[in-house]
Every structure is written in C-alpha cells, then in structure tokens.
Design a protein around this ligand. Sequence first.
Ligand SMILES: C[S@@+](CC[C@H](N)C(=O)[O-])C[C@H]1O[C@@H](n2cnc3c(N)ncnc32)[C@H](O)[C@@H]1O
Length: 243
Amino acid sequence: MPSPTCNSSDDGHERRAAQVQAMFGSIAHRYDLLNSLMSLSMHHRWRAALIGALRLRPGMQVLDVCAGTGDVALAARRMEPGLRTVIGCDFCVDMLHIAGAKQASPACAVTWVAADALALPFRSSQFDACAVAFGIRNVVRPADGFAEMARVTRPGGVVACLEFGTPRGRVAAALVRMYENTALPALGGLLSRRAAYTYLPESIGRFSSREDVMAMMRAAGLDKVSVQDLALGAVNLFTGVRR
Ligand SMILES: C[S@@+](CC[C@H](N)C(=O)[O-])C[C@H]1O[C@@H](n2cnc3c(N)ncnc32)[C@H](O)[C@@H]1O
C-alpha cells in the first residue's frame, strides 16, 4: 500500500502533515496497547457510543476516516453485520497494516484505503454514515476535513466525530490536564516514543473549543449538530446530519 502524499495547500501545512504521518508510523506497533492503558480501557465504550450515533442499519455504506488501527471500522462491522460496505481510510499505511492484521475473517471484512482526509478518493454522497475518532485534531485543516466528510456523506446521513476535549468543571479540567501532561508522556516514554505522547496533550490543548468544532461542522454542510460529553467531558462526541 503506497503512502498517499499529504494534500495541504502550503509548505507549513504539508510539513506538519508529513510529521503527523511519520509520527503515527513510528508508534503504530504500540498504538493499541497504549490506547488501552492510557484510557483505562474506556476507549471501547467511547467508540461504541460513536458507532451508536451513526444509527447503522443493514445495507448501509460506512466510512471511517483517520481509521488508524481500525477499531471503529471493525467495531461497526461487529455491531451491524448487515452493513453493505465498511471502508477505513488513513494516510499512515503502518497504522492500516495493523488494522488489516486484526481482521478475524472475511465475513467481517473492512476495506482499508490509504488516503488523505483532505482529499478523500470517494464520490460525493457515496456513504450513508461517516465517522472519525481522535483523528480530526491531527488533520492540519480540520474544517476542510469536515467538509470532505460531509461531501462523501449522502443528504440525511450522519457524520460523527469523537475527539478529546476539556471538561467544563474547573476541577475536572485541571485533573484531566494533569493526567494528560504527566502520566501520558511518562507511559508513552516507557512503552513507545515519548515525543509522540508529549504531542498528544499539546495537540489537545491546541485544538478548537467544542463551540468551534460545532461551527466547523455547520459550515461543512451539517445540520442538527450536537455534542455529548463522555468521561466528564474529557472526550466529546459530535454528531451532525448532512444537509
Ligand atoms: C489518534 S489516531 C486515531 C486512530 C483511530 N481512529 C482510533 O480511534 O484509534 C489518528 C489517526 O489519524 C490519522 N491522520 C491524521 N491526519 C490525517 C490525514 N490528513 N489524512 C488521513 N489520516 C490522517 C493518523 O495517521 C492516525 O492514524
């Protein structure tokens, strides 16, 4: 699977996208283990909530953008075996190789596609539902990422996004920040690449507020945009319906 080149309009964006691509490549082999340890295994529940928001039914075609090691796409297949097509795409082929190795049987097949979220190689309105989990924060132009997801989703289809956020309560926010800034890099340093896990709290801190994410989704062509807090608001589940 060849690596797609990053579709970013200026040099700074292109450089950052290439760094993100290389960073995920360097931690791909440890990604799942660290996910489970760092989220105290809560990530399964968060992904299940994301898939629930997609309102899956037999016959649907589903896209998982920034699919990484494939847990969302594979769980969607498990939760609704009658889906017509499930595609997981990501621009980091090392992450997709791990995803491909997890497929237990052809019956729960997911098609893995190496692609940039900013230039999805799919027709407009091709999918009934589109998901992104912990990916949009890493996309250098997240508003354009949402626009691409909206483009490939049919009118009336759901676009759902899981992303780290900031709890509304001051105490909870301080505790979560402390955990992200100390425990995550320490654990990452022990079992993987520390730099990738200092990038994690930095990228969360840099990312847009929940209000800005909702505004981006509306601007992308989504209606009925809403947000639900998970893990006290440390994780946000955004949903919108394609206009
Ligand atoms: C934190 S991982 C999330 C993976 C998976 N969705 C999950 O829930 O575990 C973020 C993923 O986004 C991918 N990514 C970041 N920017 C991307 C882009 N512009 N196009 C495609 N994939 C991108 C990375 O390669 C990485 O696999």
